[in-house]
Write a protein that binds this ligand. Structure first.
Ligand code: CP
Ligand code: NVA
Length: 305
């Protein structure tokens, strides 16, 4: 693999290897002996938007694996004063081994990847969040032991939803999407799902979506960049909150990528309750990404015995 702009830049075989590595590296972390598989490797991270989990988990992951991470706000680079992207990536590639970028506009990642000789990793764009999707898959696999799972997404068909839906289509997870009208998955994601063979349906009825679900996933109704439409969104998403009433007749577990807007898209009792996989998802960002980093930067170590 060269670049990771969305989860379907990885094949099912790639994802199987990354998850296997992630499970082994998570156990090493618990045992306090994560191997230095990335000694001498450096990841540069560029952020155009805030981040808690992505930034910290990648920095800690690189350090645990014996490498380094350098984090920038994009505005700190000469890029912000007009240096070209190709000169930026050419220079960075003289010092570092991969670039992670969190960007406002996905097309910046496409430009970065078209000019970069080192791997570009999407740390979230307006279109997708593949690193989150890897942690989501790890969390589902750990809890269910396989991907023979019925998932429901309730809420905005946003960046996280699009990557999760694509991840489901690659790994064979059946999916029901419940969104208000106008907040559906992108046409590109829908066409990928249609050709994947998973069972997929879309509805505007959250109750219908969760009725058969093993796991129910939601994300904020107001993503970074959507703030100017917040009032309209809160009104459009009325009735889409994940709460005990919605889940009353199911035993479904609950996922959320965080940050949560407590008591908007998810009630506090569900977020902090027994059904919640949310904190495991957050923890698994570290381990899934460690698997990804080794897969990209030290492929000889991929899928060890
Ligand atoms: N889920 C996620 O990407 O969190 P951050 O925005 O804190 O990185
Ligand atoms: N959909 C959210 C995810 C944050 C991790 C956003 O883009 O703000």
């Amino acid at each position: 693999m060269t670049h990771l702009l969305d989860i379907d830049d990885l094949t099912k075989t790639d994802i199987d290897s990354i998850l296997k590595l992630a499970i082994e590296l998570k156990q090493s972390h618990i045992d306090g002996n994560v191997p230095s598989l990335l000694h001498g490797k450096t990841l540069s991270m560029l952020f155009e938007k805030p981040s808690t989990r992505t930034r910290v988990s990648f920095e800690v992951g690189m350090n645990l694996l014996g490498g380094d991470a350098i984090t920038f706000d994009l505005s700190q680079l000469q890029l912000s004063r007009g240096e070209t992207l190709s000169d930026t990536t050419k220079s960075l590639s003289l010092y570092v081994d991969a670039i992670l970028a969190r960007v406002t506009d996905h097309s910046l990642l496409e430009q970065l990847s078209s000019t970069s000789k080192i791997p570009i990793i999407n740390g979230l764009s307006d279109k997708s969040h593949p690193c989150q999707a890897l942690a989501d898959l790890l969390t589902i696999y750990e809890n269910f032991g396989n991907f023979d799972v019925q998932a429901a997404w309730v809420g905005d068909g946003n960046n996280v939803a699009n990557s999760f839906a694509r991840a489901c289509s690659i790994m064979g997870i059946d999916l029901v999407m419940a969104t208000p009208k106008g907040y559906e998955l992108s046409p590109e994601t829908l066409s990928k799902i249609e050709s994947s063979g998973i069972s997929f349906s879309a509805t505007n009825d959250p109750q219908k979506a969760v009725s058969e679900a093993d796991v129910v996933y939601t994300d904020t109704w107001v993503s970074m960049g959507d703030e100017s439409t917040r009032d309209k969104r809160l009104s459009d998403f009325d009735g889409f909150q994940i709460n005990s009433k919605l889940l009353d007749k199911t035993e479904a577990l609950v996922m959320h990528c965080l940050p949560a807007h407590r008591d908007e898209e998810i009630s506090t009792d569900i977020l902090d309750g027994d059904r919640s996989l949310v904190w495991t998802q957050a923890e698994n960002r570290l381990h899934a990404q460690n698997g990804l980093l080794v897969h990209i930067l030290n492929p000889a170590q991929d899928a060890p015995k």
